[in-house]
Design a binder for this molecule. Structure first.
Ligand code: PEP
Ligand code: MG
Length: 589
């Protein structure tokens, strides 16, 4: 039995057989049922046969164009294709270890590399490149038809847990979570979108484990304990007995329907508005069940992760319309696509807008063209989304929110695009109503110009996930620095107060939708700082209402006044703990 400690990003405990995903190398390792061995061997053989045809074809073409000498280079690869240490060895691993063909091939390649690295002869050492080329071809052939990680994940047996180097939101969004019970990743932090997704799907998850994907073998039994920030490899009977008890219901402590529906308020009856953050239209029932007043943040960019990316105007319109109707009379705040260049470019071959997320490793700077900035460089796509939103607004209460705004110029240009989109819709005879326009305050520049922005918008939403990372210069997706990601940093508390005041002076509403709000202890501090509107993952709403009903707003205000004078995170945290008289649920949100 071995324990690995990480960051629990989604609570709950599950146990299952490990499926290993190395997303950076696009390799998935998993154990196969005995009945599938012949199928895997047939895939390997098919891949070898295809490789032979491809190599013969390449050799003939090279011979025609460049002569027989160059063509002979491919003879070496054709010979290797029949080497007993290659495909037959992979066959043996599939039989012996009961693993999938891709992983068997990868192990064979690693064995080859180890041998080549030992030999002194430089000529022989260079042959490693040929093997790499050939193995790459075999893997590519295996991928044809079925085997992208996404497809393979659909094939896994029930009661699995996913162990990955990293897990992108687009892949996480497509996993069948009825089969895969939880996940653990080497990389990640609490505010990375995949963690947010895990909480909204209520899938237990632990991230930031550094080398789980290397240490765990496919098929090993693993416990994922998102509440205790750890995973347990090869658990003993005592652990298994503990974790196989029916899980505590983490959905909501408010069992009673009437309790869930009751609006949130403090013990001294100060009303607090609690909306839900959602990623998929299908999350709407969960938001309603949890007793959300409305949708405070719909991350519309998740539309782009669907395999067929809902990007046409009519498709988007139907989705937004069903959301506003489904949430009525509560409002639905749709954030326009918040993607960056890399995310938009990916898979753009046949989609008009591209879509999908790509691994952090391969991504350029996240501080570049992203959110509203990117939308403004693609007015055609931006206006398609705006037209769909404006049309949907006729069916209920809809608000449009722009992400990643860093100045008034961008806001003005965005509003001009809204006017143009409205004129386009009006020309078709469907004059849209005026829709409230808001901005996310998530870049320090926006916070510092909140007084100026407030003159030109209808509402603010503070996005602390990004605001913290940019204020503190800590990449929220990089587990190496995630410990520095401190919501309780005095700078963050001050900046929140500054934005709240700017909004109050212009009499516009301000809410906060970052993950901070989902932590009940931090939520009480935010109420003390004067905020009255929040949006959070539906699973956190029940606890939030419960906690708020037990505290008085005047006590919280006094606590916040004391805290604002404190110089360090530790002192802030200690004061908060003392005031609440119980442990903070999670400091590093
Ligand atoms: C935020 O930045 O706080 C936020 C809610 O947006 P996202 O996490 O989607 O960037
Ligand atoms: Mg953000």
């Amino acid at each position: 039995m071995q324990r690995l400690t990480g960051i629990g990003v989604s609570p709950g405990t599950v146990v299952g057989r490990a499926v290993i995903l190395i997303q950076r190398a696009q390799v998935l390792r998993y154990r196969i049922a005995p009945g599938r061995i012949e199928h895997e061997l047939a895939r390997l053989e098919q891949s070898r046969a295809t490789a032979r045809d491809q190599l013969l074809d390449i050799r003939a073409r090279v011979a025609r164009r460049r002569g027989p000498e160059l063509a002979a280079l491919f003879d070496a690869q054709l010979l290797m294709l029949d080497d007993p240490l290659l495909v037959p060895r992979a066959d043996a691993l599939v039989r012996r270890q009961r693993v999938n063909a891709e992983w068997a091939l990868q192990q064979v390649f690693d064995e080859f590399c180890a041998v080549f690295d030992e030999v002194a002869d430089p000529y022989l050492r260079e042959r490693k490149g040929d093997v790499a080329d050939l193995v790459g071809r075999l893997k590519m052939n295996l991928r044809q038809g079925l085997a992208t990680p996404r497809d393979l994940l659909r094939e896994v047996d029930e009661a699995s847990v996913l162990i990955a180097d990293e897990l992108t939101p687009s892949l996480a969004a497509q996993v069948d979570w009825t089969k895969v019970r939880g996940f653990a990743t080497d990389a990640g932090s609490r505010t990375y979108h995949t963690a947010i997704l895990a909480r909204s799907l209520e899938v237990p998850a632990v991230v930031g484990l550094h080398e789980a994907s290397r240490l765990i073998q496919p098929g090993q039994l693993v416990v994922i304990d998102g509440s205790a920030n750890e995973i347990i490899i090869d658990p003993d009977d005592a652990v298994l007995a503990r974790v196989s008890k029916p899980a505590r219901d983490i959905r909501s402590p408010l069992e009673d329907e009437a309790d869930r529906r009751r609006p949130a308020a403090t013990a001294d009856h100060v009303p607090i508005c609690i909306d839900a953050n959602i990623e998929f239209p299908d999350d709407l029932p969960a938001a309603r069940y949890a007793g959300a007043n409305g949708i405070g943040l719909y991350r519309s960019e998740f539309l782009l992760t669907a395999a067929d990316g809902a990007t046409e105007e009519d498709e988007q319109y139907e989705i937004y319309r069903s959301m506003v109707e489904g949430m009525a009379p509560g409002p639905v705040t749709v954030r326009t696509f918040d993607v960056d260049e890399d995310q938009l470019a990916l898979q753009s071959a046949d989609s008009p807008i591209g879509g999908g997320w790509i691994a952090n490793e391969e991504r350029g700077s996240r501080q570049g063209l992203r959110g509203l900035r990117l939308s403004l460089t693609r007015p055609d796509l931006f206006r398609t989304q705006l037209r769909a939103l404006l049309r949907a607004s006729r069916h209920g209460s809809l608000r449009i929110m722009f992400p990643f705004v860093s100045g008034v110029e961008q806001l003005r240009e965005a509003k001009r695009q809204v006017d143009l989109a409205a004129a386009e819709v009006a020309r078709r005879g469907e004059a849209p109503p005026r829709v409230p326009i808001g901005v996310m305050i998530e870049i320090p520049a926006a916070a510092y110009t909140a007084d100026l922005l407030a003159r030109e918008v209808d509402f603010f939403t503070i996005g602390t996930n990004d605001l913290i990372q940019y204020c503190l210069a800590v990449d929220r997706a990089d587990e190496r620095v995630s410990r520095l990601y401190e919501p309780l940093h005095p700078a963050i508390l001050r900046v929140i107060v500054m934005v709240r005041r700017a909004a109050a002076r212009r009499h516009i509403p301000v809410s906060l939708c970052g993950e901070m709000a989902s932590d009940p202890a931090l939520l009480t501090l935010l109420v003390g700082l004067g905020l009255r509107e929040f949006s959070m993952t539906p699973g956190a709403i029940g606890v939030a209402k419960q906690v708020l009903s037990e505290v008085r707003s005047d006590d919280l205000r006094a606590m916040a006044r004391r805290i604002l004078r404190l110089p360090t995170v530790d002192e802030v945290e200690r004061e908060l703990l003392a005031a609440l008289g119980r442990p903070v649920v999670a400091r590093h949100v």
